[in-house]
Design a protein. Sequence first.
Length: 164
Amino acid sequence: MCVVPIVALALVQTAGSAEPRADGAHGVVAASTTTQAADPAPAHPELRAVFEAFGGKPGLDALMEDFMVLLLADEQLNPFFAYVDQAAVKKHLADQFCVILGGDCTYTGRDMREAHALFEIREAEFNRLVELLQAAMERRGVPFAAQNRLLAVLAPMQRDVVNK
Ligand code: HEM
Protein backbone atom coordinates (compact mmCIF):
# COMPACT_ATOMS: atom_id res chain seq x y z
CA MET A 1 0.00 0.00 0.00
CA CYS A 2 1.24 3.47 -0.74
CA VAL A 3 1.56 5.53 2.41
CA VAL A 4 1.05 9.21 1.90
CA PRO A 5 3.47 11.36 3.87
CA ILE A 6 1.78 13.52 6.44
CA VAL A 7 3.11 17.03 6.38
CA ALA A 8 3.53 18.77 9.71
CA LEU A 9 2.81 22.44 9.37
CA ALA A 10 4.17 25.24 11.51
CA LEU A 11 2.00 26.33 14.40
CA VAL A 12 -0.11 29.41 13.82
CA GLN A 13 0.62 32.19 16.26
CA THR A 14 -2.00 34.67 17.28
CA ALA A 15 -0.98 38.16 16.27
CA GLY A 16 -1.21 41.19 18.52
CA SER A 17 -4.50 43.00 18.18
CA ALA A 18 -6.03 46.35 19.08
CA GLU A 19 -9.55 44.94 19.01
CA PRO A 20 -11.61 45.10 22.22
CA ARG A 21 -11.13 41.94 24.20
CA ALA A 22 -13.91 39.40 24.37
CA ASP A 23 -13.76 39.52 28.17
CA GLY A 24 -14.65 43.20 28.14
CA ALA A 25 -11.20 44.57 29.02
CA HIS A 26 -9.84 47.35 26.82
CA GLY A 27 -6.52 48.23 25.39
CA VAL A 28 -4.02 46.58 23.12
CA VAL A 29 -3.76 42.85 23.54
CA ALA A 30 -0.13 41.85 23.50
CA ALA A 31 1.10 39.38 20.92
CA SER A 32 0.87 35.99 22.53
CA THR A 33 2.43 32.62 21.96
CA THR A 34 -0.94 30.97 22.55
CA THR A 35 -2.00 29.02 19.50
CA GLN A 36 -5.49 29.09 18.11
CA ALA A 37 -7.20 25.85 17.24
CA ALA A 38 -7.69 25.61 13.50
CA ASP A 39 -11.12 25.32 11.89
CA PRO A 40 -12.07 21.64 12.34
CA ALA A 41 -13.98 21.57 9.08
CA PRO A 42 -12.49 24.02 6.58
CA ALA A 43 -14.69 23.83 3.47
CA HIS A 44 -13.04 23.17 0.13
CA PRO A 45 -15.73 23.75 -2.53
CA GLU A 46 -13.17 22.88 -5.19
CA LEU A 47 -13.17 19.31 -3.82
CA ARG A 48 -16.83 18.70 -4.72
CA ALA A 49 -15.81 16.14 -7.36
CA VAL A 50 -13.87 14.30 -4.66
CA PHE A 51 -17.02 14.32 -2.50
CA GLU A 52 -18.88 12.65 -5.38
CA ALA A 53 -16.07 10.10 -5.76
CA PHE A 54 -16.66 9.12 -2.12
CA GLY A 55 -20.32 8.49 -2.93
CA GLY A 56 -21.55 11.71 -1.34
CA LYS A 57 -22.83 11.72 2.24
CA PRO A 58 -24.14 8.11 2.11
CA GLY A 59 -20.67 7.02 0.96
CA LEU A 60 -19.03 8.87 3.85
CA ASP A 61 -21.47 7.36 6.37
CA ALA A 62 -20.67 3.88 5.03
CA LEU A 63 -16.95 4.67 5.09
CA MET A 64 -17.11 5.56 8.77
CA GLU A 65 -18.84 2.26 9.58
CA ASP A 66 -15.91 0.38 8.00
CA PHE A 67 -13.35 2.74 9.51
CA MET A 68 -14.65 2.23 13.05
CA VAL A 69 -14.57 -1.56 12.61
CA LEU A 70 -10.90 -1.30 11.63
CA LEU A 71 -10.10 1.10 14.49
CA LEU A 72 -11.66 -1.23 17.06
CA ALA A 73 -9.92 -4.29 15.61
CA ASP A 74 -6.53 -2.59 15.77
CA GLU A 75 -4.34 -3.37 18.77
CA GLN A 76 -2.73 0.08 18.75
CA LEU A 77 -5.89 2.16 18.33
CA ASN A 78 -8.55 0.07 20.05
CA PRO A 79 -7.72 1.58 23.48
CA PHE A 80 -8.62 5.04 22.15
CA PHE A 81 -11.95 4.16 20.59
CA ALA A 82 -13.28 1.27 22.67
CA TYR A 83 -14.74 3.42 25.43
CA VAL A 84 -16.02 6.50 23.60
CA ASP A 85 -19.41 7.19 21.99
CA GLN A 86 -18.60 5.49 18.71
CA ALA A 87 -21.86 6.51 17.04
CA ALA A 88 -21.11 10.18 17.79
CA VAL A 89 -17.56 9.88 16.50
CA LYS A 90 -18.75 8.25 13.25
CA LYS A 91 -21.42 10.90 12.74
CA HIS A 92 -19.05 13.77 13.46
CA LEU A 93 -16.35 12.33 11.20
CA ALA A 94 -18.79 11.87 8.31
CA ASP A 95 -20.13 15.42 8.78
CA GLN A 96 -16.62 16.84 9.07
CA PHE A 97 -15.38 15.11 5.91
CA CYS A 98 -18.58 16.12 4.11
CA VAL A 99 -18.04 19.81 4.92
CA ILE A 100 -14.34 19.61 4.06
CA LEU A 101 -15.15 18.07 0.66
CA GLY A 102 -17.64 20.81 -0.21
CA GLY A 103 -20.77 18.84 0.64
CA ASP A 104 -23.93 20.38 2.04
CA CYS A 105 -23.51 19.32 5.67
CA THR A 106 -22.95 20.92 9.05
CA TYR A 107 -20.24 19.87 11.47
CA THR A 108 -21.47 20.06 15.06
CA GLY A 109 -18.55 18.36 16.82
CA ARG A 110 -15.77 19.95 18.85
CA ASP A 111 -12.64 21.51 17.42
CA MET A 112 -9.78 19.06 16.93
CA ARG A 113 -7.67 20.15 19.87
CA GLU A 114 -10.56 19.96 22.29
CA ALA A 115 -11.88 16.65 20.94
CA HIS A 116 -8.50 14.97 21.45
CA ALA A 117 -7.32 16.75 24.59
CA LEU A 118 -8.28 13.91 26.96
CA PHE A 119 -6.00 11.52 25.11
CA GLU A 120 -2.24 11.32 24.71
CA ILE A 121 -1.78 10.96 20.97
CA ARG A 122 1.61 10.43 19.37
CA GLU A 123 2.66 10.83 15.76
CA ALA A 124 2.89 7.03 15.40
CA GLU A 125 -0.77 6.74 16.36
CA PHE A 126 -1.75 9.49 13.97
CA ASN A 127 0.07 7.66 11.16
CA ARG A 128 -1.62 4.38 12.10
CA LEU A 129 -5.04 6.04 11.99
CA VAL A 130 -4.25 7.39 8.52
CA GLU A 131 -3.24 3.88 7.39
CA LEU A 132 -6.54 2.48 8.62
CA LEU A 133 -8.47 5.29 6.92
CA GLN A 134 -6.64 4.42 3.71
CA ALA A 135 -7.57 0.75 4.18
CA ALA A 136 -11.23 1.70 4.72
CA MET A 137 -11.23 3.89 1.61
CA GLU A 138 -9.59 1.08 -0.37
CA ARG A 139 -12.28 -1.37 0.79
CA ARG A 140 -14.99 1.00 -0.37
CA GLY A 141 -13.33 1.41 -3.75
CA VAL A 142 -12.62 5.13 -3.39
CA PRO A 143 -10.31 6.04 -6.29
CA PHE A 144 -6.70 6.52 -5.21
CA ALA A 145 -6.54 10.13 -6.42
CA ALA A 146 -9.64 11.02 -4.38
CA GLN A 147 -8.13 9.33 -1.30
CA ASN A 148 -5.04 11.47 -1.62
CA ARG A 149 -6.98 14.71 -2.06
CA LEU A 150 -8.77 14.06 1.22
CA LEU A 151 -5.59 13.03 3.05
CA ALA A 152 -3.86 16.20 1.88
CA VAL A 153 -6.46 18.40 3.58
CA LEU A 154 -6.46 16.27 6.74
CA ALA A 155 -2.67 16.38 7.08
CA PRO A 156 -2.44 19.85 8.66
CA MET A 157 -4.82 18.72 11.41
CA GLN A 158 -1.96 16.69 12.83
CA ARG A 159 -0.79 19.75 14.75
CA ASP A 160 -4.08 19.89 16.67
CA VAL A 161 -4.47 16.13 17.20
CA VAL A 162 -0.95 15.02 18.14
CA ASN A 163 -0.31 16.29 21.65
CA LYS A 164 2.35 13.97 23.09
C1 HEM B 1 -6.69 13.94 10.84
C2 HEM B 1 -6.88 13.12 11.85
C3 HEM B 1 -8.11 13.11 12.71
C4 HEM B 1 -9.34 13.70 12.49
C5 HEM B 1 -9.78 14.49 11.29
C6 HEM B 1 -10.16 13.37 13.63
C7 HEM B 1 -11.47 13.78 13.78
C8 HEM B 1 -12.23 13.52 14.88
C9 HEM B 1 -13.59 13.99 15.06
C10 HEM B 1 -14.39 14.81 14.06
C11 HEM B 1 -14.02 13.54 16.26
C12 HEM B 1 -15.40 13.77 16.89
C13 HEM B 1 -15.36 15.00 17.77
C14 HEM B 1 -16.60 15.19 18.58
O1 HEM B 1 -17.36 14.22 18.74
O2 HEM B 1 -16.86 16.31 19.08
C15 HEM B 1 -12.93 12.77 16.83
C16 HEM B 1 -13.01 12.15 18.05
C17 HEM B 1 -12.04 11.29 18.52
N1 HEM B 1 -10.82 11.05 17.97
FE1 HEM B 1 -10.10 11.87 16.30
N2 HEM B 1 -9.44 12.61 14.52
C18 HEM B 1 -8.19 12.43 13.99
C19 HEM B 1 -7.16 11.70 14.56
C20 HEM B 1 -7.26 10.97 15.70
C21 HEM B 1 -6.19 10.13 16.24
C22 HEM B 1 -4.79 9.99 15.62
C23 HEM B 1 -6.69 9.54 17.36
C24 HEM B 1 -6.03 8.58 18.30
C25 HEM B 1 -5.13 7.71 17.93
C26 HEM B 1 -8.06 10.01 17.53
C27 HEM B 1 -8.89 9.64 18.55
C28 HEM B 1 -10.16 10.14 18.75
C29 HEM B 1 -11.01 9.74 19.86
C30 HEM B 1 -10.68 8.72 20.93
C31 HEM B 1 -12.20 10.48 19.72
C32 HEM B 1 -13.43 10.45 20.64
C33 HEM B 1 -13.31 11.55 21.66
C34 HEM B 1 -14.46 11.56 22.64
O3 HEM B 1 -15.56 11.12 22.30
O4 HEM B 1 -14.25 12.07 23.75
N3 HEM B 1 -8.36 10.87 16.50
N4 HEM B 1 -11.87 12.79 15.98
